[in-house]
Design a protein around this ligand. Structure first.
Ligand SMILES: CC(C)(COP(=O)(O)OP(=O)(O)OC[C@H]1O[C@@H](n2cnc3c(N)ncnc32)[C@H](O)[C@@H]1OP(=O)(O)O)[C@@H](O)C(=O)NCCC(=O)NCCS
Length: 138
């Protein structure tokens, strides 16, 4: 997961940091693996605290993008968060990350805030938008 994360983001998360997050109460990860070789193609990590959920990180390997994997992982994680009792999901996305923003908007997220100069990594630097999606609990 750390290797894939490092290939997708300029601020790579060390393996130990990912392991520490996964050990926390309420944190889960969904992994997409290849049929043939079990290679990790993508994953999403989410945290549910009482009735709020947050997407901690989310990425798909370069070679597997634009085939619906990201959308599928996001939808499945939202379903799990709802099952865990969440009423809403929050996430942060780079203002200039058009691909991710489009995916989130299509999945029902809308912008509810902005964090100025949140990202500080060269070409990726800039504001983060805070997005929220309500989850309909039965
Ligand atoms: C964001 C990300 C997870 C999407 O994964 P994915 O598997 O490509 O997602 P999907 O295949 O489900 O595509 C979702 C939509 O984005 C579109 N899309 C994906 N990559 C695109 C690209 N490079 N250019 C234009 N559109 C793109 C797809 O066409 C699809 O839209 P459509 O159904 O209307 O055609 C992936 O691009 C990624 O890992 N990016 C780097 C890390 C990142 O930015 N994560 C999000 C942090 S908030």
């Amino acid at each position: 997961m750390a290797t894939l994360h490092a290939s997708a983001f300029p601020d790579a998360w060390p393996e130990a940091a990912i392991a520490a997050l996964l050990a926390r109460d309420g944190v889960f990860a969904l992994l997409a693996v290849g049929d043939a070789d079990d290679a990790l193609l993508g994953f999403i990590m989410m945290q549910v605290v009482v009735d709020d959920a947050e997407v901690l990180t989310f990425c798909v390997s370069q070679d597997a993008r634009q085939s619906g994997l990201g959308g599928g992982l996001l939808a499945a994680a939202c379903d799990l968060a709802r099952t865990d009792g969440a009423h809403q999901i929050f996430l942060e996305v780079g203002e200039r990350n058009e691909v991710a923003r489009k995916l989130y908007e299509r999945d029902g997220f809308s912008v509810v805030g902005r964090r100025s100069a949140y990202y500080r990594h060269g070409a990726e630097s800039g504001d983060a938008l805070v997005m929220r999606k309500p989850l309909n609990q039965p």
